[in-house]
Design a protein around this ligand. Structure first.
Ligand SMILES: Nc1nc2c(ncn2[C@@H]2O[C@H](COP(=O)(O)OP(=O)(O)O[C@H]3O[C@H](CO)[C@@H](O)[C@H](O)[C@@H]3O)[C@@H](O)[C@H]2O)c(=O)[nH]1
Ligand SMILES: [Mg+2]
Length: 260
């Protein structure tokens, strides 16, 4: 087999029903661009009590895919970091297992890194406004837009909430040296800020609906995101953090006065 240039990491928890379609979709898109022989796919599963491991074993005879099963850890971001730590490629990509990130866009992300960008995202805001499947629920749209606004001062990324991204190995190593925080869901934003990315690319995508299974986004994930932001602000914009906290306190006080 040729030398591995690209590693695709997929964090997966109870995604057994999605892995086959995902793998087939990714390698179909890659083979159209002659990238299938230089790419490895790594699924990082947190001991799901489903058929994930069996499905990957079956796919192995046809595709360069393997599964890492973690038994003592849980969490999307730490799963991605584990995959990156075992990856061989010069270009490291991350995407979800549930087919919400379109496999056909994978070659475009790779191409963006090959052109000299050190970071690339699949963005749902490529056309300016949020581009999601018509069946995406309203509360998810509101959460997504609010979370995006809170991250604005940290990054020019049009979609800092995306989990579909790629990074070059040197940029990834810079992020590791600056100390990666594996909290929560927003590993792309974490990598972008910690690697102090100077040049990034964006690829427009339509964010689909989950193929099978259930979302793992809970209230705890949203609280973790707020804690994560405080940490990122203190890393990247330490002078702004006290000002933002003061503004937040004033707003809370005003709300309290209005409501009580
Ligand atoms: N190993 C592991 N994987 C996990 C865990 N929690 C979630 N995942 C995996 O992480 C991916 C995203 O989880 P979903 O539950 O599908 O998340 P979502 O609500 O659809 O969120 C998506 O959209 C966000 C943008 O709105 C993205 O930020 C996020 O990364 C994800 O793409 C899926 O492949 C899921 O199996 C975990 O604890 N462990
Ligand atoms: Mg999902």
């Amino acid at each position: 087999m040729s030398e591995i240039r690209v590693s695709i990491i997929v964090p997966a928890f109870r995604e057994g029903e999605n892995i086959k379609l995902l793998t087939e979709g990714i390698f179909k898109a890659l083979s159209a661009k002659n990238l299938d022989k230089v790419t490895e796919l790594i699924i990082v599963d947190d001991n799901s009590k489903d058929k994930t491991v069996e499905v990957v074993q079956q796919l192995k005879s046809k595709y360069p895919v393997r599964v890492i099963v973690r038994t003592t850890e849980r969490g999307l971001s730490s799963a991605v970091l584990r995959g990156f730590s075992e990856a061989k490629g010069r270009y490291l990509l991350c995407m979800d297992a549930d087919l919400q990130h379109p496999p056909q866009s994978v070659p475009d992300l790779i191409e963006s890194l090959e052109k000299g960008n050190e970071f690339v995202i699949g963005t749902r805001y490529g056309g300016g406004s949020l581009s999601v499947d018509k069946d995406w629920p309203m509360h998810r749209i509101i959460i997504s837009k609010g979370a995006r606004a809170l991250a604005r001062p940290l990054t020019p990324l049009s979609d800092p909430m995306t989990g579909f991204f790629g990074i070059t190995r040197p940029a990834y190593q810079r992020a590791i040296q600056n100390g990666i925080n594996p909290i929560g869901f927003k590993i792309a934003l974490e990598m972008y800020v910690k690697a102090r990315i100077k040049k990034h690319g964006e690829v427009s995508i339509v964010f689909g609906v989950r193929h099978a299974g259930e979302s793992k986004l809970t209230g705890a994930v949203i609280i973790n995101y707020l804690k994560h932001l405080v940490e990122l602000y203190s890393f990247a914009l330490p002078l702004l953090l006290p000002i933002l906290l003061a503004v937040a306190l004033v707003l809370l006080y005003v709300l309290y006065k209005i409501l009580v």
